[in-house]
Design a protein around this ligand. Structure first.
Ligand code: RI2
Length: 318
């Protein structure tokens, strides 16, 4: 039986109490570590148990690849470790979490090089990677302004506005629908990433593709700040990216009685695709890569066969 603290982390990811592609990967690794720490079954059954925990985590949210990448990082290494699998899970999970945190620090440094004084930088939703770039540049003494979208329907832009203003960074908070209106005043766009495919498509919070389109039209550079765990090895093996479709209630808020009207439908996809042609680069812990280098990064970090391995486990019945 899966322990309560592990079930709780899975529930928190599902309900978006823990959110953001990086944060859910770290939470998944932490859940697997907790599963090992609280395991009291037969030694021989542990591998089966930890795979079940992995599958439970994989079912929480479908789009951000950082989550399966966290789970597979741990499962793959337990299989090849000579250490006792319970102990190995704990140390591998710690290693994963520390790698992600180091990656975030490096991304902040690389990204900050793109920023100079007096720039106006637009961002969307709340991405801890994008925010860390802005904060690093500010701490280095650069002085710029940020325009940030509120990001309906869950308003994660408010989190961004609150973090940036706490650092002293001036923020203009705008409705998503005014992105194109403001683009003529913008010098640079930096967003996060939930998934990057092997051919360089960016999957990120719904509305990102509108931002990229408007930036392209206005000849503004568009970057996505993302750790290598946001790149999808499965996309190279023919895996499809599933776009999470969320509830109608989230869109309607206090007007959910509208749902009772005949002929009334609501759609609420949480992410969209931005094509590589509209992306200037990905700010990763390995440097700033053009979208066409995505497959190279996947090969370097995961190995080309990892996509098929991931897909096999994903296809297994729970
Ligand atoms: P970091 C978020 O998704 C946003 O789409 C954001 O750009 C992305 O995760 C990456 O976030 P959600 O969890 O890892 O709010 O950069 O649906 O924090």
């Amino acid at each position: 039986m899966i322990s309560n603290n592990v079930l709780q982390i899975a529930e928190d990811i599902k309900t978006m109490k823990i959110r953001g592609a990086g944060a859910i990967a770290i939470a998944a690794a932490e859940a697997m570590k907790q599963a090992a720490l609280t395991y009291n079954g037969e030694k021989d059954s542990f591998i089966e148990y930890i795979r079940e925990v992995g599958k439970l985590l994989l079912r929480t949210r479908p789009t951000a690849v950082s989550l399966p990448n966290a789970v597979f990082y741990i499962l793959k290494r337990i299989d090849s470790s000579s250490e006792d699998p319970v102990k190995a899970t704990i140390s591998i999970a710690d290693e994963f979490i520390s790698n992600v945190k180091n990656a975030q620090l490096r991304i902040a440094k690389y990204g900050s090089k793109l920023i100079s004084d007096d720039m106006v930088i637009m961002t969307h939703c709340h991405s801890s990677a994008a925010v860390s770039v802005l904060i690093e540049a500010w701490k280095e003494g650069k002085r710029f302004k940020v325009i940030n979208t509120e990001t309906r329907p869950k308003f994660q832009g408010r989190v961004t506005a609150s973090i940036l203003t706490k650092e002293g960074i001036p923020v203009t908070h705008i409705p998503d629908s005014s992105i194109r209106y403001h683009m003529s005043n913008v010098d640079l766009v930096i967003v996060g990433a939930d998934t990057v495919t092997s051919d360089g498509h960016l999957v990120n919070k719904i509305g990102t593709s509108i931002l990229a389109l408007a930036a392209d039209e206005a000849d503004v550079e568009f970057y996505s700040a993302c750790e290598s765990i946001k790149f999808s090895p499965a996309s190279f093996a023919g895996g499809h990216i599933i776009i999470e479709e969320r509830s109608a209630e989230e869109v309607l808020g206090e007007h959910k009685d509208l749902l009772d009207k005949r002929g009334m439908f609501v759609r609420n996809p949480a992410f969209d695709f931005t094509p590589p042609e509209q992306i200037t680069g990905f700010i990763t812990e390995y440097g700033i890569l053009p979208p066409r280098a995505s497959l190279l990064l996947i090969k370097y970090v995961f190995g080309l066969s990892s996509g098929e391995m991931q897909m096999r486990l994903l296809e297994e019945e729970p």
